[in-house]
Ligand binder design. Structure first.
Ligand SMILES: [Zn+2]
Length: 319
């Protein structure tokens, strides 16, 4: 599953040790993942290679910008640094000062991970997702939700505490649970099994994907699956089964993947959320193009998504 292959040991025990964090930051081997206005620094792929994450050494990191301890990978300390305060020219300058895991220097650029993710190796994609998620949370947790005072970073960027001593509220990085589900129907007349895919208004032409939605307070994940399918396409489901999960830091979700069995088949789309939804056989899906194809016709969702994982899994189960 993409974005779940980080080899970084998060080393929670180090986060509270201010002296050790300072020592690791000053370490010659320290690698810094810069995040600029939610964008990640990458060198684009060539026909022969993946795109790659690129890092700053400490002497090339800007003085300003919050540092977040990501962890250790085979003795190498990794930090994220929020360099969003840099202007366009300064950010462009940084692109010429970076290097990849192998220490080579390439021309790099800041790209949204939504765009760069599918081009990266699973290891680099996971590290950049981790850095992007924590940077976003810190940048968007500036004030206390209880008393409105400013928040201060602690534990290497993994805790934020209210600066008002009487309040002392602590906030921890949050992630929003969303369910994503492949709805399956097996006809009783022995005709081919079907799966239900839909497309949201505004998606690229022809792209169909699994349905999805956020979990609401007071409901189980299974109930959320059934409610979302009912709301979006008016189909009833049963036998909701968990399959897999995926962090999705756009900006801070975790996608909880399910399969569900349809007990009704008539589709009525909620036009606010779903522009079109249809039942497809495995053979029909095999004729779909890929996300990003310029050619006309139906297309599968982006290759780094759990939606694609759920669809590919169902296709493989029918072989
Ligand atoms: Zn407070």
């Amino acid at each position: 599953m993409f974005y779940t292959h980080s080899t970084v040991d998060r080393a929670d025990h180090i986060r509270k040790d201010v002296d050790e964090l300072s020592r690791l930051w000053a370490h010659d081997k320290a690698r810094i993942v810069p995040v600029w206005q939610n964008k990640s620094l990458v060198v684009k792929n060539t026909p022969d290679t993946h795109a790659q994450a690129v890092f700053l050494t400490r002497d090339r990191a800007p003085d300003d910008g919050q540092r977040i301890f990501l962890g250790l990978d085979d003795g190498t300390p990794y930090f994220a640094q929020d360099v969003s305060a840099l202007n366009d020219a300064q950010a462009a300058e940084l692109c010429g000062q970076s290097s990849t895991r192998d220490g080579e220097h390439y021309d790099s650029e800041f790209l949204d991970l939504r765009q760069a993710g599918p081009m990266l190796s699973a290891q680099d994609g996971s590290l950049l997702a981790y850095a992007r998620g924590l940077t976003f949370w810190n940048a968007n947790t500036r004030f206390c939700t209880r008393c409105g005072a400013s928040m201060e970073s602690h534990n290497g960027g993994h805790v934020r505490s209210c600066s008002n001593a009487e309040c002392a509220y602590q906030a921890f990085p949050r992630t929003d649970p969303a369910v994503i589900m492949l709805v399956i129907y097996t006809p009783t007349d022995n005709s081919e099994p079907l799966c239900l895919l839909g497309r949201s208004p505004g998606w690229p032409d022809g792209v169909f994907s699994t349905l999805a939605g956020f979990v609401e307070p007071g409901e189980s994940l299974e109930t959320a699956v059934q409610r979302e399918v009912r709301e979006e396409v008016s189909v009833e489901t049963t036998d909701v089964r968990y399959v897999a999960s995926q962090p999705w830091p756009f900006p801070r979700s975790i996608m909880l993947g399910f399969e569900a069995i349809a007990t009704t088949t008539e589709i009525q789309c909620d036009p606010d959320e779903i522009a079109d939804a249809q039942w497809f056989t495995r053979n029909e899906l095999k004729d779909f193009g890929n996300w990003g194809d310029e050619t006309p016709g139906n297309k599968l969702p982006r290759p780094d998504s759990i939606a694609r994982f759920l669809i590919d899994r169902w296709l493989a189960s029918g072989v």
